[in-house]
Design a protein around this ligand. Sequence first.
Ligand SMILES: Nc1ncnc2c1ncn2[C@@H]1O[C@H](COP(=O)(O)OP(=O)(O)OP(=O)(O)O)[C@@H](O)[C@H]1O
Length: 706
Amino acid sequence: MNNFNVSVWYNATYKNDTGFSSTALLRVPRSVNLVSNAYLQSLLGPGTRMFLDFVKEMPKPATRLSFNIAALLSGQFFTYVILLLFPVVLTTLVYEKQQRLRIMMKMHGLGDGPYWTISYAYFLAISIIYMIVFVLFGSFIGLKFFTTNDYSIQFVFYFIYINLQISMAFLVAPIFANILTARAVGYLLVFSTGLLGGFLFEFFIEDTSFPRVWIIVMELYPGFSLYRGLYEFREYSFLGDFMGTHGMQWEDLGDSRNGMKEVLIIMFVEWLVVLPIAFYVDQAVSSGSGMKRSPLFFLRSLLRKSSSVARTHSLEKQGSKVSVEMEKADVVQERERVEHLLTEPSSSISIICDNLRKIYPGRDGNPSKLAVKGLSLAVPRGECFGMLGPNGAGKTSFISMMIGLIEPSSGAAYVEGSDICSQMHEIYTSMGVCPQHEYVSALIQVKCVHELQMHMDLSFLLFFFFSLKFSLLWETLTGREHLIFYGRLKNLKGSALMQAVEESLRSVNLYHGGVADKLAGKYSGGMKRRLSVAISLIGDPKVVYMDEPSTGLDPASRNNLWNVVTQAKQGRAIILTTHSMEEAEVLCDRIGIFVDGNMQCIGGPKQLKGRYGGSFVLTMTTSAEHELEVETMVRSLSQNAQKIYHISGTQKFEIPKQEIRISDVFKAIEKLKKRFTVQAWGLADTTLEDVFIKVAREAQSSDVLS
Ligand SMILES: Nc1ncnc2c1ncn2[C@@H]1O[C@H](COP(=O)(O)OP(=O)(O)OP(=O)(O)O)[C@@H](O)[C@H]1O
């Protein structure tokens, strides 16, 4: 009779009724604290005729520790070591979502399949390397845990587990919106699993009276499957070490007391189930891949036939709700045009927005914000539409909805006939984006994904490890390489790809002097901008969005870029936001001035200047004592002239165009010059900037009044 509180092995000699005797090691769970011959005999095989002769050695828990260090480490500690990969995978996935890297990749033509393939392959490769190092290191320092158990069983166990772990990370990643929460939850799971495994689950495993079915239920949690597998390795290594033989072998999987077989089956089945569910959840809930898809997205092709009918219906409804409060004639006209196009579609129109609205919900006590208040717009192929507006007008919100970064609150928009709310995946294949900032990691990831698609070989995988996730090395790609990869993503191949790349490089002036083969990291800011524009245009996208494309360029590069955009207009619709009136005037066929979420006016630059800029600006500088004479002269030319600026002798007047002739102004100034010195003067027509300021000011003042 013995009292003990650790799992122990008895070295017992027994014999059967034919007189044969042998020695056996018997494992007794620590939960059994009364050990007798009868008990030990029951372990050998209840109902048989074997019986114990005598117990040769009684358990000595302390000696067990000195025999096998791995026995100490292999429970909680090894569980922690392996589980630590989970928060790493999880936080990487959430980071890509938080930083919108994935959506940026999608915009450049990366499909969900390749994204999943490469991400999965990356995490798997990292995990395999980690596990190989883990096993090799353990073996190298001589831990029996590794050296006694069959390496092929260890490989199968770890391989299935890391696959399940990666799938679980993909499954739960959509729950998290930010990396800090994901990291905290990930590490919490690691530590709680280790603790519960060591202080609760192991107790149940060893308690032979505990129902096996509940053990299996607990093993459905992957952390406990891992713990159970490691526990069995530990027990077998200890046995092998003690007996001077070996640890777990394949034939030991047939032992009913060995839980390895059941955890291998559980983990394998779970992996096969969790992976497709994770993919489904990713698509339906959205994990940074843009807007949510319908929960029945996989039936979409069946439902598509009815969508055009539904579309007309929904649009009819929306159209009837349109509010035309205080809208200018040109904006109303555009809205009517859109409504007409929706009922009678035209193949020449690339982009249609119908009463698109974006409301940001109120947070932290702030009220909700209506950022886009019912925008209606139709952009035909071959047109460059410029969006101008002061800061906070809602331009970015509009573009973000169009490129799938945020969901519209109401209204609808169609790009090449595809709905931005439900068919963004199709739209991405015909869309190019030149963002304001370079999305460095996205560039690299797209490159690597494409390489995987194209080559799927070891050299790529090695490259992938060292350049993809360690994003500082993104600079190791040349401009030409970027274009090749983006071109491939847009399905260009062979000579067509090479030709498109050459043309692209020439068009953005990155061809000569070996610039194309210089590392992008050595490019100036302007060169990177030009490369971004080239990337947005490669692969002949039907719709291109450009966010302040010439920001930071020197005048020569800017002119060059303008030529590129002007040529790129052929056969595609471009929507461009800019704060440069000059750029808008040079590039845009039509301009919309957007203020406080509303389109205030739409038209060609000349039209707008004609409509809003009905005056000349006369500027004159004289000595201070002649200011009054200057003002009298201006009033004699036009009663309605207005002084808009005055400082120490320099005055500016706005004179209605219809009230004066330019020759009269010249004559009047010549007369003045005979009486006193006119230091400087000038007469300027209205610029787009004047129009912009006027429209913005009017809109803001009418907002204040209302
Ligand atoms: N995520 C958000 N939550 C709440 N309000 C937002 C959010 N994003 C933008 N806004 C608000 O919506 C309005 C429009 O913002 P938006 O960024 O679209 O303007 P913008 O015209 O692009 O400005 P800028 O030229 O400065 O980029 C602003 O008042 C802004 O504060």
